[in-house]
Design a protein around this ligand. Structure first.
Ligand SMILES: [Fe+2]
Ligand SMILES: [Fe+2]
Length: 289
């Protein structure tokens, strides 16, 4: 069901990391192909609230609709940010900034994309991680974290992503997972979904990480069946900085990250290409970007 004569695409990108000076011109060059295009931004826009507001404001002025899910970097409380908020208060502040810009957040009612490839429910999610994607031989989250410290591969979130007032990021994750599942259960069951989360909903994409032990900061076992349970047409994520297209149980997963300058410079393709989520690309899309 497409509006007569209405073109447009549901596009996506993530990990803009505009705190890196060389990423800013790439963001400034992002433009829709039609006046009807929506843009899904799957987290890690920047570390400071001012940078997040700059990037999302610029995009909101250009795209018919911008949809945002937070990444871990937005939730860092860094010495360079005038906004000293931590944890839940910081997230809620970012939600307010987005609402002022007209950007859809995980705490807003789901939107329906009824352009080409639709109608689908577009659900931005904020789920975090809980150290359940553990390395072999580690039976508990505590053991996984201890092993990470032993090997020296420790996510900066341990220092900068404060879960306040939760006792841990895992506890915050559990609450977000429970509340989000409840809301997804109440969605219109007639429509498939596009699920947008900074972290992948299944563990498989993390298997090719250079340091697999880092997977414990990349998602949660609690969402392993969500792409089937919530009828996902596409799952959009970032965080891994490994842009590619994969399928799990017949569901298309799109890792849409830009990443850091040293990463996009080494890829050999122009940086900042928006990934088409819907309508689905014709034929068999490339599995690596
Ligand atoms: Fe990132
Ligand atoms: Fe990230």
């Amino acid at each position: 069901m497409t509006r007569a004569g209405w073109d447009g695409s549901l596009l996506a990108i993530s990990d803009l990391h505009v705190g890196h000076r060389d990423n800013r011109p790439i963001v400034e060059a992002l433009r829709p192909e039609t006046p009807h295009d929506w843009l899904l931004v799957a987290g890690d826009v920047a570390e400071t609230v001012a940078d997040v507001e700059w990037a999302l404001g610029l995009l909101a002025d250009r795209f018919a609709r911008v949809v945002w899910s937070p990444g871990n970097h937005e939730l860092w409380t860094t010495p360079g940010d005038q906004v000293r908020l931590r944890g839940v208060a910081r997230y809620q502040h970012l939600v307010e900034v987005c609402r002022r810009l007209g950007v859809l957040t995980p705490d807003d009612p789901w939107a329906v994309w009824d352009g080409p490839g639709g109608p689908v429910t577009v659900a931005p999610l904020f789920l975090l991680y809980d150290h359940s994607w553990r390395p072999p031989g580690c039976d508990t989250p505590e053991a996984a974290l201890a092993e990470a410290y032993r090997t020296g591969i420790v996510c900066t979130d341990e220092r900068l992503l404060d879960p306040d007032p939760y006792p841990s990021r895992s506890a915050w994750c559990a609450d977000r997972v429970a509340e989000t599942a409840r809301r997804l259960d109440e969605r219109d069951p007639a429509l498939p979904t596009v699920l947008v989360n900074h972290w992948p909903l299944v563990r498989e994409p993390t298997r090719i990480l250079r340091h697999p032990i880092f997977a414990q900061w990349c998602g949660t076992e609690a969402t392993a069946d969500w792409h089937r349970r919530f009828d996902a047409a596409v799952m959009v994520y970032g965080h891994l900085h490994i842009p590619r297209t994969t399928w799990y149980d017949g569901v298309r997963f799109e890792e849409v990250s830009l990443g850091y300058p040293r990463e996009w410079r080494s890829r050999g393709v122009p940086p900042g290409q928006l990934r088409r989520i819907l309508p689905a690309p014709d034929g068999v899309p490339p599995t690596a970007w």
